[in-house]
Structure formats: structure tokens, C-alpha cells
Design a protein around this ligand. Structure first.
Ligand code: PTJ
Length: 265
């Protein structure tokens, strides 16, 4: 093994796509240990594709949504961060850190329920330092109205006022909205149903969003309630999604020009 090779994955850290490959391996390993559903691999691939067309960076629009999201989580009375297999595999430490920093419980909520998955996710979160993990006792769960998928089974989410749903399928955001909950979504696809239904849509990769949220939370914890409320009221989700789509068009247009320079050589 060369000094540049990552011990577990044999991916040289000098590889131009090292970061992307590293997270792919986290998802694959997560699937082997039951943390990630098989479909989670496909969801990750879809995410990578959208990440490419936003330039694989946290854009200004995402940063604005992150500010509104953190402000909302700080003033919420009963906020909850929903955790599925993919996010638990990708950023367990950041989830644990954000949960502790904001004193918000992490609730495991799965689309694909399978024997052993909840236990595997609890282990990953605990090893990462999480202390407030919910959604672990099936008998204590209630059901969200208007939802047929496994995601209907909830613990604290049922009584929450603000729910953060990182990378998720569409149905639940709609159901949560109908129950008058404020939904914060992190979704690389700005046109997904989750993205369009959410109150605050962060179009970004969770691997960048969570660290950014932690830094923002450290700063915003010093702000007064009226300053947090101002950040929230200045944020317009519809406009923000429009601006994100404009950024994508701009990025693709630039990439097209760059590609043609190569093709015409
Ligand atoms: O662990 P489970 O059983 O709860 O299942 C989780 C998955 C992700 C398999 C399930 O929720 C699912 O099938 O989701 P979808 O319908 O594929 O939607 C996932 C959305 O997240 C898509 O819009 C992707 O573009 C987006 N996405 C994928 N990876 C990321 C992401 N968004 C942000 N960051 C990512 N890393």
C-alpha cells in the first residue's frame, strides 16, 4: 500500500475524485452493515448527479437557506432532526455534533424497515457521540396521518413544530406540511417533491451542509430572538429555489463552453 492510499478503500488520496469516492465507500460499507438500504445506493447516485450540476459546492442560495434553517431550529419549541440510513452513514459525527449543539433530538425514521437496521443506525450514531436518539422503540410510536409508507411511524416527530428531513423521498414532507409542521429539507434535487413542499429547502450535499450548519449554529447562538426572526422573515423559499435553478443553468452553460473547448482541440 502506498502512503497515499486510504487503508480501507484503496483509493489514493491524490485521486481527483477522492472525496466523492470516499463517500461512495461510506454508503457501500453502510449497506453491508445494514445502516443503508439497498435503494440508498441508487439515491446516492442520483444525488451525485445533481451535485455535479450545482458545481459540487455550497452555493450562495444554499447558504441563505442554511441561515434560515439554523435560525428556525434555534427558535423552535420542539424541533427534531430526522435520520435515515444514508445520512447516518455519510455524516454521523456531524449529526451528533449538531444535535448536541442545538439540543435537538435525532429521530431514526426509515422508509425501508428491515430487521437490524434501526439497531445498526443506533450503533453508528452512538459511536459518533450522539446522546439523544429517538425512534428506537416501535411500541412507543404513533402514526402520521395521510401517509402510508413506513415513514408514518414516528416518535417525537408527531409532536414536533419544526422537522429537518435530510435527503428523503417525497411523501412525508407533504404529510408533515398538512399537519402544519415547518419542514427543513436538505435535497440536492431542487425539483423533488420534498424540495418543493418544504418551507426551507437547502439544495446542497449533506456532507457539506451539516458542517456548515454547525458553524452557523455556533454564530447564531449568540443572536437575540428578534435577530433570528428577521433572518427567517427575510428568507423566501420560492425565490431561493428559482435562484438555485438559475445557478444550475449558468453552471451548465459555462460547462458546455468548457466542454466544447476540449472537443474542438
Ligand atoms: O434509509 P431509508 O430506509 O429511510 O431510505 C433512505 C432513501 C434515501 C433510500 C429513501 O429516502 C429514498 O429512496 O429516497 P429518494 O426517493 O431516492 O430521494 C432521495 C433524495 O435525496 C433525492 O432527491 C436525491 O437527489 C437526494 N440526495 C441523495 N444524496 C444526497 C441527496 N441530497 C443531499 N445530499 C446527499 N448526499
Amino acid at each position: 500500500m502506498t502512503p497515499n492510499e486510504n487503508k480501507n478503500q484503496s483509493v489514493p488520496i491524490t485521486h481527483p475524485r477522492y472525496s466523492s469516492l470516499k463517500y461512495r465507500h461510506k454508503i457501500i460499507e453502510g449497506m453491508k452493515s445494514l445502516v443503508v438500504a439497498e435503494a440508498g445506493l441508487i439515491a446516492h447516485g442520483r444525488g451525485e448527479c445533481f451535485d455535479y450540476i450545482i458545481g459540487e459546492k455550497t452555493n450562495k442560495t444554499a447558504k441563505e437557506a442554511i441561515n434560515a434553517a439554523v435560525a428556525s431550529l434555534l427558535i423552535a419549541k420542539k424541533p427534531v432532526i430526522s435520520v435515515n440510513g444514508n445520512i447516518a452513514a455519510l455524516v454521523p459525527k456531524e449529526l451528533a455534533d449538531l444535535s448536541k449543539l442545538l439540543e435537538i433530538p435525532l429521530e431514526i425514521n426509515l422508509f425501508y424497515r428491515k430487521e437490524g437496521r434501526v439497531k445498526a443506525i443506533i450503533e453508528v450514531l452512538k459511536s459518533a457521540g450522539a446522546t439523544d436518539i429517538r425512534g428506537t422503540n416501535e411500541d412507543a410510536m404513533t402514526e402520521l396521518g395521510g401517509l402510508e409508507s413506513n415513514r408514518r411511524k414516528v416518535d417525537l416527530i408527531g409532536k414536533a413544530d419544526v422537522v429537518m428531513v435530510p435527503l428523503e423521498d417525497g411523501d412525508r414532507t407533504e404529510a408533515l406540511k398538512k399537519l402544519n409542521k415547518k419542514v427543513i429539507a436538505i435535497d440536492l434535487n431542487p425539483l423533488s417533491r420534498t424540495a418543493l413542499w418544504a418551507d426551507i429547502t437547502i439544495v446542497d450535499n449533506v456532507i457539506r451542509t451539516l458542517p456548515e450548519m454547525i458553524e452557523t449554529a455556533k454564530n447564531f447562538k449568540k443572536l437575540k430572538t428578534n435577530e433570528l426572526l428577521e433572518i427567517i422573515s427575510n428568507f423566501d423559499n420560492k425565490l431561493n429555489i428559482q435562484k438555485t435553478l438559475d445557478l444550475i443553468i449558468e453552471y451548465i452553460t459555462t460547462q458546455k463552453k468548457e466542454a466544447f473547448k476540449i472537443l474542438e482541440q
